[in-house]
Ligand binder design. Structure first.
Ligand code: ZN
Length: 362
């Protein structure tokens, strides 16, 4: 018999069944609260617990049908262990088609417990900091693995983001290396192209250690990663199908499901087999209108032209082109055609040259 009473919010796991409930969300001044829907699928046999969440950015909807379609009676009948799923971590953003909840102007995916940027001023935890602190405790109490589903810009490829594992004391290093290896295996089992997060300085400066899977990895030492499912706002059917196959293969890797891995449909892949890291850029030298010369999934050689840059009259600005510095796999173009100095025009993956396990910056 499964290990009992796994409960998240009002949702109680039942062996061999899909069960439904909710996790208390921010209370609303108009009454009620923005509760988070919880779905559990528990096998008849005891096993690990996979947490699966989506839509913490309210306009990133593609993960919702992934969860709905993955959790079937058929899956439940063959499952070992339990899947705890939350289709949205941001109901207000989902309703308003906005990335952020309207009652907290911070990026909700930077509000989980973790080292806070010091402002020198004490402050009250925000609405989302209160919610995500409780959420992380629920994850701590039950999860063996965690996957969070996102989307990126309108023109973007599907990929997994894998954080580097940070540690503080030398005595923690061996466990950090083991966790990092487990994360490599888990992302490989999922099967999307894997891109490392920003270098450690940028990672902490952007507070990515306070994201869903960043906090689970760094605070709870839990194998956890984020999936990007292509364009925001719409549901890309190919990416939904690929993610469901990837998740079933991940369940097989975790010994929560039997059978041979299913074949992943063809996805855009980088030209290199070397480890890649995500970076923002390139940056335009001046304001203007972009005319991209590449599409997501293309690889550009060092110095290659990403876009033409002209003014609104169509005349070249500067030398008329924006180039990448290093060899780059194009993972996403920014929405729109506007160039501003200081605003990256794309997101790329470059060859990783920093360690996958690293010490926290001082
Ligand atoms: Zn997102």
């Amino acid at each position: 018999m499964p290990r009992t009473a796994l409960t998240v919010g009002t949702c109680h796991a039942e062996p061999g069944q899909i069960t439904y409930g909710s996790f208390e969300g921010p209370s609303l001044p108009t009454g009620g609260s923005d509760s988070l829907a919880v779905i559990m699928a528990q096998g008849k046999e005891d096993g690990p617990v996979l947490w699966l969440t989506a839509n913490i950015h309210g306009n990133e909807v593609c993960g919702i049908p992934v969860i709905h379609r993955l959790l079937t009676a058929e899956l439940c009948a063959h499952l070992r262990g339990t899947i705890v799923a939350m289709p949205t971590l941001n109901p207000s953003g989902l309703r308003t088609h906005r990335r952020h909840p309207y009652y907290d102007d911070r990026d909700p995916n930077r509000t989980f417990p973790g080292l806070r940027r010091e402002t020198g001023e004490p402050r009250e935890p925000t609405v989302y900091e209160r919610l995500t602190a409780r959420l992380l405790e629920a994850i701590r109490g039950s999860a063996s693995y965690y996957v969070d589903l996102h989307t990126a810009s309108i023109l973007s490829v599907p990929f997994s983001i894998r954080d580097r594992v940070l540690y503080r004391k030398e005595s923690e290093k061996a466990a950090a290396v083991a966790l990092s290896e487990q994360l490599d295996e888990m992302t490989a089992a999922f099967g999307f192209p894997v891109v490392m997060e920003y270098r450690v300085g940028g990672y902490v400066a952007k507070e990515l250690h306070r994201s869903t899977t960043g906090a689970a990895l760094q605070e709870l030492r839990l194998p956890a990663f984020t999936v990007e499912l292509g364009p925001h706002t719409i549901v890309d059917e190919r990416n939904v199908g690929a993610a469901i196959i990837g998740l079933r293969n991940l369940l097989r890797w975790a010994q929560m499901l039997g059978g041979e891995p299913e074949v992943m449909p063809a996805l855009p892949r980088p030209a290199t087999r070397q480890r890649l890291r995500r970076e923002d850029g390139p940056y335009p030298p001046a304001a203007g209108i972009l005319d991209y010369r590449v599409k997501p999934g293309d690889t550009l050689a060092a110095g290659g032209v990403m876009a033409d840059l002209c003014d609104l009259w169509g005349r070249p600005v500067g030398d008329g082109v924006i180039r990448v510095q290093a060899e780059s796999w194009v993972i996403g173009l920014e929405d729109g055609i506007l160039a501003y100095p200081g605003a990256a025009i794309a997101h790329v993956a470059v060859i990783e040259d920093s360690p996958t396990v690293d010490v926290w910056p001082a």
